[in-house]
Design a binder for this molecule. Structure first.
Ligand code: GLP
Length: 260
């Protein structure tokens, strides 16, 4: 696992560089998309590169991590709509090339199985962007999630609903109680995991993710088993890392050509 500690703007550039390198090498790259505030600077940077440097998403595919259950199709907080607003529309990404789990399906298990098949049929995810919840969840794999889980329905914890109330007019009752989420086993099949975390409220989750024992209680710790995982954190989110100085030194001495 590579840990990079830098200001948030630099982290976004590093993540965008990794995505751009993939798209330039293979325009049909498969990207894994995350919602939440953590990837927003990356999306801003990709939109800028699309606008100014012609970075094209015309042949790329995108798969989202998760979706709320039951939010109507036009709801602005439905994750498919958030992704459309924050990235897809800004890079002129054809709508039928970006998919998410269907939170409005009548047959939820069938929809989850279909989503797993769609990812596999696309050849798997090349680079998966991730954030982390304050309780250590990645996507919506809440504490207690099987480390081998696949796309399925989950109940959101009270903590996650409080954390996400800011997107619902600070009214926790408006936050859905359930979601569909790629499982930890699904996420682990992506070829490169890139997790972003900023702010002191993420410090304990980041410490556990990087340095804690692998445990379903801190679902992000499964990333320790991934052969190509990158954790991009600012000083505040890195503040509880025991080996922070070592990660700083390692990154400072890394040759420029190496990338993430
Ligand atoms: C949300 C999302 C996750 C996200 C996490 C952190 O609930 N389902 O994919 O990574 O919580 O969100 P934020 O980046 O806004 O802190």
């Amino acid at each position: 696992m590579e840990v990079v500690i830098a200001p948030a703007e630099e982290l976004a550039v590093l993540a965008a560089d990794a995505i751009e390198a993939l798209l330039r090498r293979d325009p049909a790259t498969v990207l894994g998309l995350a919602t939440g505030s953590s990837p927003l600077r990356v999306y801003d940077e990709l939109a800028r590169r699309h606008r100014e440097d012609g970075l094209s998403f015309a042949d790329a595919r995108g798969f989202m991590l998760d979706e709320y259950v039951g939010l109507d199709a036009a709801h602005p907080q439905r994750y498919r709509n958030v992704i459309e607003t924050e990235i897809a529309s800004r890079v002129e990404w054809p709508a039928d090339q970006v998919s998410g789990p269907d939170g409005l399906a009548d047959d939820i298990p069938a929809a989850c199985a279909a989503y797993e098949r769609a990812i596999a049929d696309a050849g798997g995810v090349d680079l998966q962007l991730l954030g982390i919840g304050t309780d250590g969840h990645i996507a919506f794999n809440e504490p207690g999630s099987s480390l081998a889980s696949r796309t399925r329905i989950k109940t959101l914890t009270a903590q996650t609903r409080v954390d996400n109330a800011r997107f619902f007019g600070d009214d926790v009752d408006q936050v859905p109680t359930h979601c569909l989420t790629q499982g930890l086993g699904t996420i682990m099949q992506a070829r490169h995991l890139v997790l972003l975390a900023t702010g002191r409220q993420k410090a304990e989750a980041v410490h556990q993710l990087v340095e804690g024992p692998i445990s379903a209680m801190w679902p992000g710790t499964v990333m320790q088993l991934h052969p190509h995982a990158t954790v991009l954190v600012d000083d505040a989110a890195a503040s509880r890392l025991q080996l922070g100085d070592y990660y700083r030194q390692t990154f400072a001495s890394k040759p420029d050509w190496q990338g993430l």
